[in-house]
Design a protein around this ligand. Structure first.
Ligand SMILES: NC(=O)c1ccc[n+]([C@@H]2O[C@H](COP(=O)([O-])OP(=O)(O)OC[C@H]3O[C@@H](n4cnc5c(N)ncnc54)[C@H](OP(=O)(O)O)[C@@H]3O)[C@@H](O)[C@H]2O)c1
Length: 269
């Protein structure tokens, strides 16, 4: 690091568990980019955005709970992020701060590596920011979507916004779909034995994706694999959405293999 080192970071609360600093610092090192990426616990997002401007921070990842509130603090929000209603990336374009959403393209890349999206039926468990980004991307590519959520009000709202169906989580005993995607934190460390839906809801022909990546193999994925389902862990989406951020910030292709290796090392040590 020297006087030219560029600063990047993640804004959220909490951020102590974030894998992003390890991932981006390794990517900068690998690409010979003189930059550093830090985790900033941010309570007040207005003050956070003022700090981006005051300190000349080059780019920021945005996480819970600021993905929606930050939209009013930026100079611009791109069309996709505005339609999703959530920003998880701030990109500096000359002196303007632009909000973007990399969860959507990151998830679409992970999903389309497993199954073609058009015409397939997807059950999304959850109705938060990640569910919005994924649901929006699937609908954009002609996927059929059903939202399953704990709180019916939030679930119905998202289903309406996406022109999708809604099912209360209590009714999710058998799902007629090609792919089930868990977007809730259920199953995340430390409550690793929790299941977002009963295992009986899954059939062997289904693909099951969990966007939780800590642990790498959640209880949902373990039980789904035992039932004969094809399973996809949350690491793929995490890496692909981070790769989008890296490319938006630096204009260079992201070293995805290097990023994957360092995250795997940390998550398995
Ligand atoms: N792999 C990746 O790249 C990636 C990217 C983004 C997010 N994520 C992960 O995805 C998860 C969700 O993120 P988010 O931004 O969408 O969060 P969020 O906006 O807070 O939404 C959370 C959703 O999960 C539901 N939920 C929470 N606790 C639950 C429980 N105990 N039982 C049933 N449902 C529950 C909530 O239901 P209610 O509406 O009923 O409260 C809500 O629908 C987090 O674990 C996050 O780390 C991963």
């Amino acid at each position: 690091m020297d006087a030219s080192t560029q600063l990047y970071g993640v804004f959220g609360n909490p951020v102590g568990h974030s894998m992003s600093p390890v991932l981006f610092n390794q990517a900068f090192l690998d690409q010979g980019i003189n930059a550093v990426y830090l985790a900033f616990p941010v309570m007040d997002i207005r003050q956070g955005v003022a700090a981006i401007r005051a300190l000349g921070i080059r780019g920021v990842s945005v996480t819970i709970p600021h993905k929606t509130d930050i939209m009013d603090c930026l100079d611009d929000v791109d069309d996709l992020a505005r339609r999703i209603g959530a920003v998880n990336t701030v990109v500096r374009v000359q002196d303007r701060l632009v909000g973007r959403n990399s969860d959507c393209p990151g998830a679409m890349q992970a999903i389309s590596e497993a199954i073609p999206i058009s015409g397939k039926r997807f059950a999304i468990i959850g109705a938060g920011g990640a569910a919005r980004a994924i649901g929006f991307g699937l609908k954009q590519q002609n996927g059929q979507v059903i939202i399953i959520n704990r709180s019916p009000e939030r679930g119905e709202q998202l289903a309406d916004a996406l022109n999708a169906d809604f099912m209360p989580i209590a009714d999710a005993k058998s799902l007629a779909c090609d792919m089930v995607i868990n977007t809730t934190p259920v199953g995340m460390t430390p409550l690793v034995s929790a299941m977002p839906i009963p295992i009986e809801a899954l059939d062997s022909g289904m693909t099951v994706m969990d966007i939780v990546y800590h642990p790498l193999e959640t209880e949902l994925l373990k039980q789904a694999a035992r039932r004969g389902c094809r399973v996809i862990g949350g690491l793929a989406m995490f890496l692909y959405q981070a790769a989008c951020q890296f490319e938006w910030w630096t204009g260079k292709p992201a070293p995805v293999d290097v990023m994957k290796q360092i995250v795997l090392e940390r998550l398995t040590s």
